[in-house]
Structures are given as structure tokens and as C-alpha cells.
Design a protein around this ligand. Structure first.
Ligand SMILES: Nc1ncnc2c1ncn2[C@@H]1O[C@H](COP(=O)(O)OP(=O)(O)OP(=O)(O)O)[C@@H](O)[C@H]1O
Ligand SMILES: O=P(O)(O)OC[C@H]1O[C@H](OP(=O)(O)OP(=O)(O)O)[C@H](O)[C@@H]1O
Ligand SMILES: O=C(O)c1cccnc1
Ligand SMILES: [Mg+2]
Length: 555
């Protein structure tokens, strides 16, 4: 996938360029041909897209990917070269008229209803309901699933990191290098932001999705300098007076003076590291955030001996030139211990040299961080302001896939049910609506699926909510608020509800999560949120089940 294609093609500028009708499984196209041949061109279908289990041993999921689904519907069209490829690839006996049919196929007859992107969602409640001609609804399956599955998994993962980190810590996504390929990396950046991250190091994601891009520097930048002689110039113009300052002389002098505070002699610190930090400070005098753990990742003392001393020396030299440093990044060792050690040092420097802003320098931590690390660091106590998170976040290492499925629930107005030995896999048939019922305390209480022909539940009116498969599990609910979960997003060939900008989807995630009780969101053994069906739908499912289940014969 070439970047040029992604960013120069105006029409696709907002869409990942590989999302196109051929990004599907072959069987969708072979089924389309068989449907076409058997005269099913005018059949109409309803498909539900839903998942059966929440990821990460949690009890909630964040729905994401809707905007990309809409762009896909908008752009759905087989190009001449797509058709040519299919002619060559499908068996030679395919009737040429089928390719003519495919050539003209668009999503003009599709109706797509969906839950708002960024909402908390639960197993079995359809996230998308796709209605229209059978052939085209079938052809959309794989692409819609690939657009929703990873997006929702990623947004959920990011939202979980945000929950454990708390509101006062910044979260940066650093995962591109470790992501599942370029497209996985781009999607991870976008949906991490939706889930609650503050920015990404992925520059293309920043450009394409208007996400803040952030970053520090790598160890290679430090190790590329070996002595102070590697600095070709040490001059920096004073921020206000524009007078020339010699950053090297200032930093070396500060390093000498600091040895009293940091209890290290300047000879113990690395000159190559000092040269690197000076060079970086010259390039970014207002954005100086330095990696301080290059020269010993095992001995905690070394951060103290070299990185921290050199950083403070350059930060104080910058201060002489009218600039304030931003902070440090620690990428190895005991992050709790080292961050507290760094903060203590900043306090001492602030006090000794009467520079109160030194107390508030930013401490970024990275290195294989996951939810458990953050929880454990919080338990231990730390002084980290920002986590840079890559591998565990973007690869969703704890659970690599969300199992969204796309199931036929109605054909030509007739309900369809898919039976399974595993009750959890039996589909809920028919054209349905979904409502979220809120309790007296304002929290979401239960999601209720009903047949579309039923009247909507009303505030203050008792509703019988039933477990879809366990007869004895039922409860009356008197909702204090009823939210109809579906809006029509696509109808008559165009978007009819415009998806919200990314920042608003990001806010929606947080406001939607606030409607959930804490015990549903907790990390360890969370309480399941209830998803129910109306009495009418319950009876409908079970009658259809009996009609469709063959009666066996014992002999
Ligand atoms: N205080 C802490 N509590 C819990 N986990 C921590 C703490 N400090 C760091 N970690 C985590 O422990 C792991 C330490 O990684 P590792 O054992 O590879 O050590 P390292 O310091 O990175 O060494 P090196 O980079 O030299 O191999 C990382 O996943 C890091 O996020
Ligand atoms: O640890 P992650 O959560 O994946 O976050 C991203 C990592 O990427 C960088 O390391 P780099 O690739 O330079 O290698 P390193 O681990 O040897 O520092 C950075 O220093 C982080 O450690
Ligand atoms: O900017 C950073 O510090 C960064 C970016 C990507 C991966 N690791 C770190
Ligand atoms: Mg690392």
C-alpha cells in the first residue's frame, strides 16, 4: 500500500485506499453469482452485524468503524480492472451478463442502520443492520466485518488503558513499528485516539485523521554522539534578547554545579550523551524532551549518574537562554522507582536554583507497558505524567480479535434463524430494534431487543425483559429514560446521518462509558451488563426455533 496513493487521491484522502469491493472473501462473489443465476436478483434481505462476547475479559465493548463503513458504501463500485480480474479468476463458465450486472452494482438500494460510533455496546445487540437486495447485502459482509472488528477491538483496548490510567495522565500511541502491518498501524492510531489516547507518533495517521502527533527521540540519537567534539556548533540565540549563547559552555558549567545536588561527579556522566542532548535542545529549544536511560538499563543509579545529570544541565543551560525544557522519557528499568527518583531530583533542582517550573517537568515512561503495568505502577506510586504505549496496545496482545459476525435474519420479509448446538450461537431472527433502558440512578440498566413491529418502550411504563434463551430469567423494568439505539446512516444511495468528527466520537466514548455502573467497568471480574429481548420477541424466537429444529427419531 503506497502512502502516495493514500494521501494524493483526493476522493479517498479520508479513506484507507485498500478498502474497496474486492477486499472481500472469494465466497461472497461466488455466492453472488449463484444467487444471480438462481433468479434471486430481486430478493431482499436483512443482515445483523454483532459480536457474541466482550473482549479482554471485560463486560463492555466500544463500537467503532462506522465512518469507514459509510465511506465504503459511498465508494462501492467494481472498476474495469476489478471486473477484468474477476473474469480471469472465476471459472470460465460464468455467464458474461453477471459481470455486466456487477459493473453497475452500487449501494443505492441499501439501508444501513447503526448504533452511534463511540457508544458502549454489548453482545448480541446488532451494531449494524443492513437491509437491501440479497446479493449486495451479502457482498458487503466481509468488508463491513473487517472495518468494524479491529476498529471496535482497538477502541475498546484504548478505552481500557484510559480507564486504568485515569484522567490526569497523558497517553500516547507509539505502536506503528510493532503493528500488524501498515494498515493495522494506521487503524490502531485512529481508534486509539477515539478510545481516549491523546496523540500518536504515527505521522500519516496525524495527517489523514487530524490526530495530534507527538514524540521524543530514540536511543540511536544519543548513541550517535560519542564526545563533546561531535557538536559542530553550540550556539543558540536567546529567546528574548536574540544574543548568542554557548549552550555547551553553559551546560558543562551547570553539570559541574549540579553535582552538589545530584551527588554525581561530572566525570561519571557520558559526554556523548551530553553532546546529543545539547544538539537536540538546539534543534528544539522550546520542545526539549530527552530520553535519559541510554547508558545503563539495568543499574538504576546510572539514570542518576548520567542521563538525569545531563538532562538537568542542558535544561538549566536552556533556561539561561530563555527557554523552558519539557521533560524526560524513561524507557527501561523500574519505572516507578526511576520516575520518583527523577521527580525528587527535579524538586531539589527547583528549590536549589529557585526555578519552580522544574517541579513540573514532564516524565514520560515507555517500554512494553500494558494495562497491568499501569495498574501496578499506580499501586506502587510513581511520578509519571505520560505513558508511551506501543506493542500491547496496537496488537491487542491480550485478545487479538473481536468476533463480530454478520448473520441473515430475514429474507423477503420472512425471518431466518441459525440454529446451533451451542445456544450462544443461535441467532435472534427478524427485523429488530434495540433500546437502552436507564434506571432511576441514571445508569444504563439493560439493552432490550424487540421486533420492529412492536411499540417502543416508554419512560415510566413497566416492560418485561427476558433472557433470550433461559425461560426463567426475566425481570420487569420501569425505565427512567429510553434510548433508541439505531439511526439510519445510509439510505437511497447516500449518507443520511453524517458521522461525527473524530474528536466528537472520542468524547462520545467517554460520555457513553459514564453511563455504565462502575462494577461493569472494573478490571477484575466485572459484572455482566444485561441484554434482553421483549416477551414478543422471546416467543417469536422460540416458535421459529421449534419450527426449524428437525424432530429426531430414536431407535
Ligand atoms: N515498577 C514496575 N512495576 C511493574 N512493572 C514494571 C515496573 N517498571 C517497569 N515495569 C515493566 O517491566 C518490564 C521490564 O522490562 P525488561 O525486563 O525487559 O527490563 P528492561 O528494563 O526493559 O531491560 P532492557 O531494556 O535492558 O532489556 C517492562 O514491561 C516494564 O513496562
Ligand atoms: O515498548 P512498546 O510499548 O512497544 O513502545 C514502543 C517502544 O518502541 C521504542 O523502542 P524501540 O523499538 O526503539 O526498541 P527498544 O524496546 O529496544 O527501546 C520505544 O523506546 C518503546 O520502548
Ligand atoms: O516518540 C517516541 O518517543 C517514540 C515513538 C515511537 C516509538 N517509541 C518512541
Ligand atoms: Mg522497548
Amino acid at each position: 500500500m503506497s502512502c502516495d496513493y493514500l494521501i494524493n487521491n483526493k476522493e479517498m484522502a479520508r479513506q484507507n485506499g485498500i478498502v474497496q469491493p474486492l477486499l472481500t472473501d472469494l465466497y461472497q462473489i461466488t455466492m453472488a453469482y449463484a444467487y444471480w443465476k438462481s433468479g434471486k436478483v430481486d430478493d431482499t434481505a436483512v443482515f445483523d452485524l454483532f459480536f457474541r462476547t466482550n473482549p479482554f475479559q471485560g463486560e463492555f465493548t466500544i463500537f467503532a468503524g462506522l465512518e469507514e463503513c459509510l465511506k465504503f458504501l459511498e465508494n462501492f463500485h467494481y472498476s474495469d480492472s476489478d471486473i477484468e480480474y474477476l473474469v480471469q479468476t472465476l471459472p470460465p463458465n460464468i455467464e458474461p451478463e453477471f459481470f455486466e450486472y456487477l459493473k453497475d452494482l452500487t449501494c443505492k438500494d441499501i439501508k444501513l442502520s447503526a448504533i452511534e460510533e463511540g457508544s458502549v455496546v454489548f453482545p448480541r445487540v446488532p451494531l449494524l443492520r443492513v437491509e437491501g437486495p440479497l446479493i449486495i447485502t451479502q457482498l458487503l459482509e466481509t468488508t463491513l466485518l473487517t472495518l468494524v472488528n479491529f476498529a471496535s477491538l482497538m477502541a475498546t483496548n484504548a478505552a481500557r488503558y484510559r480507564m486504568v490510567a485515569g484522567k490526569n495522565v497523558s497517553l500516547l500511541e507509539f505502536g506503528l513499528r510493532r503493528a500488524q502491518g501498515p494498515d493495522g498501524g494506521l487503524s490502531a492510531s485512529k481508534y486509539s485516539y477515539i478510545g481516549g489516547f491523546d496523540g500518536t507518533s504515527n505521522v500519516l495517521a496525524g495527517k489523514m485523521f487530524n490526530i495530534p502527533v507527538k514524540g521524543t527521540h530514540a536511543h540511536s540519537f544519543v548513541t550517535s554522539f560519542s564526545t563533546l567534539d561531535d557538536l559542530h556548533t553550540a550556539v543558540l540565540l536567546h529567546a528574548e534578547t536574540q544574543k548568542q549563547c554557548n549552550l555547551l559552555e553553559l551546560a558543562v558549567e551547570w553539570r559541574r554545579r549540579l553535582s552538589a545536588v545530584i551527588d554525581v561527579s561530572p566525570e561519571e556522566a557520558s559526554d556523548g550523551e551530553l553532546a546529543a542532548l545539547i544538539s537536540y535542545a538546539q534543534a528544539f529549544p522550546s520542545g526539549f524532551l530527552a530520553l535519559v536511560d541510554t547508558y545503563d538499563v539495568k543499574s538504576y543509579a546510572f539514570l542518576n549518574r548520567s542521563g538525569l545529570l545531563n538532562f538537568c544541565a542542558v535544561a538549566l543551560a536552556l533556561n539561561d537562554c530563555g527557554y523552558r525544557a519539557v521533560g524526560i522519557r524513561i524507557d527501561s528499568g523500574d519505572l516507578a522507582y526511576l520516575s520518583v527518583l527523577a521527580r525528587d531530583t527535579f524538586h531539589q533542582v527547583a528549590e536549589k536554583f529557585q526555578l519552580p517550573w522544574f517541579n513540573h517537568l514532564t516524565i514520560v515512561a515507555s517500554n512494553d507497558i500494558n494495562e497491568e503495568t499501569i495498574l501496578s505502577l499506580h499501586e506502587q506510586g510513581h511520578a509519571i505524567d505520560c505513558f508511551g504505549i506501543g506493542t500491547h496496545l496496537v496488537t491487542c496482545q491480550r485478545q487479538p480479535a473481536l468476533g463480530c459476525v454478520y448473520k441473515l435474519v430475514e429474507i423477503n420479509g420472512q425471518p431466518r434463524i441459525k440454529l446451533s448446538q451451542d445456544v450462544g450461537k443461535v441467532t435472534i431472527p427478524g427485523h429488530k430494534e434495540a433500546y437502552r433502558l436507564f434506571g432511576a440512578d441514571g445508569h444504563a440498566l439493560i439493552d432490550l431487543l424487540q421486533r420492529s413491529s412492536e411499540p417502543a418502550p416508554e419512560v415510566g411504563q413497566k416492560v418485561l425483559c427476558r433472557h433470550p434463551f433461559q425461560e426463567s430469567k426475566r425481570a420487569y423494568v420501569i425505565p427512567s429514560k429510553v434510548e433508541h439505539l439505531y439511526k439510519i446512516y445510509w439510505k437511497e444511495g447516500r449518507i443520511c446521518t453524517f458521522p461525527k468528527p473524530l474528536v466528537e466520537v472520542r468524547e462520545r466514548v467517554q460520555s457513553s462509558l459514564r453511563t455504565l455502573r462502575q462494577d461493569i467497568k472494573r478490571n477484575l471480574n466485572p459484572t455482566p451488563y444485561k441484554v434482553a429481548v421483549s416477551d414478543d420477541l422471546y416467543t417469536f424466537i422460540h416458535e421459529l426455533w421449534l419450527q426449524n429444529a428437525p424432530i429426531g427419531e430414536l431407535s
